[in-house]
Design a protein around this ligand. Structure first.
Ligand code: KIV
Length: 282
């Protein structure tokens, strides 16, 4: 079994231009698959609001949900770097509340780090969480929790002025002490610029091939989430298709009397059937 990678490994991987592999996971079985597949990091993303709970956005997700799912992922992937995603309004209020909520991911779910969305405007929160001794991943570009202000789930940094704002956010995240940053839905030129500019590992979800590693949402890449597919997604499997076909086959066999057969039935211990029928007066 490979040794669990830690933050200094990711810094070395950036220096050596060794790509970091990163996926979301929300549950125990997926986490076991990801660890067996040798992923470097897992994010227990608040995207679980849409991918697991069927909400229309990540906004309704609360801390307790994030902790329960982080616990399940930690159980399934004990030797993988796991990052807990801070949900909407768990860090935007009082600084002390932000630090307390970040600490819950470590104390209650044994996460290795936390992620929070925003740049300049959350720099103070990042600094306070880092000062408490917690590893932080920043998240700039498209930030789904504030997609209302961004006019929807839209790519960022497509104009010079918008690209400069993303760079300023990324610089603020690093200056506040975050040890990694995630760039979401920005043109590859902006991804490459920020990756060269920053000393910390820069992870991409839709920020092009020149970042230090790549993240996909597991439900998208295995073909499980069907409501919409962002441009940056590549599907590596058709879980929805495979599972639906399996369910149809099961229903057809139950209806047709082909399931269960003898091999799926328990047998009474030899001689017990006669005694049972006698007991029942038959
Ligand atoms: O919650 C999540 O999975 C995320 C990704 C969209 C980056 O934050």
């Amino acid at each position: 079994m490979a040794r669990k990678k830690m933050i200094h490994d990711f810094q070395r991987m950036k220096r050596d231009q060794d790509q970091i592999t990163f996926l979301t996971a929300y549950d125990f079985p997926t986490a076991t698959f990801a660890e067996a597949a040798g992923l470097d990091m897992l994010l227990v993303g608040d995207s679980l609001g849409m991918c697991v709970y069927g909400y229309h956005s990540t906004v309704p997700v609360v801390m307790d949900q994030m902790i329960w799912h982080s616990q399940a992922v930690r159980q399934g992937a004990p030797n993988t770097f796991v990052i807990g995603d801070m949900p909407f309004m768990s860090y935007q209020g009082a600084i002390f509340g932000a630090v307390e909520n970040a600490a819950r991911f470590l104390k209650e779910a044994e996460c290795d780090a936390v992620k929070l969305e925003g740049g300049v405007r959350v720099a103070e929160r990042i600094r306070a969480i880092v000062e408490a001794g917690i590893v932080v991943m920043g998240h700039v570009g498209l930030t789904p929790q504030s997609s209302g202000q961004l006019g929807g789930h839209k790519a960022q940094g497509r104009t010079a002025a918008s690209a400069r704002a993303v760079v300023e956010d990324a610089r603020a995240v690093q200056a506040a002490g975050a040890q990694m940053i995630l760039l979401e839905a920005v043109p590859p030129e902006v991804g490459a610029f920020i990756t060269r500019e920053l000393d910390i590992p820069v992870l991409s979800i839709g920020a092009g091939p020149d970042c230090d590693g790549q993240l996909l949402i597991v439900s998208d890449m295995i073909g499980q989430f069907q409501a919409f597919t962002p441009k940056f997604v590549k599907k590596y499997a058709d879980v929805a298709g495979v599972v639906t076909e399996a369910m149809k086959a099961y229903a057809a066999e139950v209806r047709g009397g082909q399931f269960p057969t003898d091999e799926h039935c328990y047998r009474m211990i030899e001689g017990e059937e006669e005694k049972f029928l006698q007991l029942m007066g038959r």
